[in-house]
Design a protein around this ligand. Sequence first.
Ligand SMILES: *Cc1c(COP(=O)(O)O)cnc(C)c1O
Length: 379
Amino acid sequence: MVQMRDIQMVDLNAQYQKLSSEIDAAIRSVIISTAFIKGPEVKKFEEELQNYLGCNYVISCANGTDALQIAMMALCLKPGDEVITTNFTFIATVEVVALLGLKLVLVEPDPHTYNISVDAIKKAITPRTRAIVPVHLFGQCADMENIMKLAEEKGLYVIEDAAQATGAEYIFSDGTRKKAGTIGSVGTTSFFPSKNLACYGDGGAMFTDDEKLASKLRSIANHGMKERYHYSDIGVNSRLDTIQAAILLVKLKHLDSFNSARRRAADFYDRSFAGCQEIIIPERSGYSSHIFHQYTIRIRNGRRDELRKYLEIVKIPSMIYYPGPLHTQEAYRNLGYGENDFPVTSGLCREVLSLPMCPDLEQDQLDYIVSSVLKFFEK
Ligand SMILES: *Cc1c(COP(=O)(O)O)cnc(C)c1O
C-alpha cells in the first residue's frame, strides 16, 4: 500500500511538484532578462488578471495590506472619516484604517456565512461614514447586492477586501455574475503564498472599472508619480516583483481548476459531517460561489480546543481563524468598545476551526481527517 502523504493545512510543495517545469522556466526567464522590477511579465499579468476578472483595470502592488491602504488613499479618505468593516477578519483590513487616521467602526458578521452583516452595517452608518469594507471571508462573497444598494443610497464608497476570494463569483438576483473584488468602487487582493491565487513571496493587486481612480491608484503605488519625476500625490513604494508576476502568470491559468478541487474537498467534508450534531458546517449562501480559501466549521459544546489537541496528536493540522475579536486587541482598545459588545464575533472566535484545505488534498487524506474528527466525537 502506498503510504499517505503527511497532511498540511496548505500543501504548497504538492502543488509545486505538479507545476514545477512551467514555474522553473518562468523564474529562469526573468533572471536571464534581469528585468526584476517592472518587467514585461508584470504588465502581462495585470492584463490577464483583468481579462479573467472582467474588470477594466488591475494595478499590482507589493501585498494585500498595501492594496487596502493605497485604495483608501486614492479615495481621498480623510482623518476622522468613518469606515465600517467587520470585526471578524484578518488584522490587515482594520490596521490600514487606523494607520490612515480614519475612524474604525467595527460591526458583527453573520454567524452562518461569517461575512459582514448588512443589518449591522445599516445600524452603524452615521453622517460621517464614508466607506464600507466588506471582506469576502474564507472564499465566499459578502452580500454585495445589498451592500451596494445601501452604499448608493448613502453615497458611500465600497472597498472589497477580496484577499481570500480571488476567483469567487457573486450572483446578483437577476442572475448576473461578477467576480469578487469587481463590484465595489475598488477591490483588493493578496497573492500571499497560501491564498487561492498565490505567488512565492508577497504580492497584491487592486481592481477597478474607474479610469480616474485607476490612474490615482497606480500613481500612489509608484511614489505618487504620474509623469517621470513629477509628483502629484503623496505616494508609497509598492510593487509586484517581476519574478512573482511570472509565477502568477503560470498559476492564474490553473486558478479555476484549483478552486474546483477545493470545492470538491469541501463537498466531501460537508457530506461527511452532515450527521454530526457537534459540528456546524459552513453555510453556502445562494448569492456566491464558494472557493474555500478555508474550510471552517463550528464546534458546539465548548469542545473546539479539545478537538484541536486531539487532531494534533493524530498529526492533522488545524487552525483557528480568528482566535480573538479585533476590538479586544491591545492596539485597538482606544476604539472604546466594551468586551461584550460583539457577542456574535466573540462566539465565532470560541467555536471556529479551520481544517486542512488546498487543491492537492488526496482522498486518503480526506478520509483520514474526516474519520479522525468523527472518532473524536464518538469518544
Ligand atoms: C491575507 C489577507 C490580507 C493581507 O494580505 P497580505 O498580502 O498578507 O498583506 C488582507 N485581508 C485579508 C482578509 C487577508 O486574508
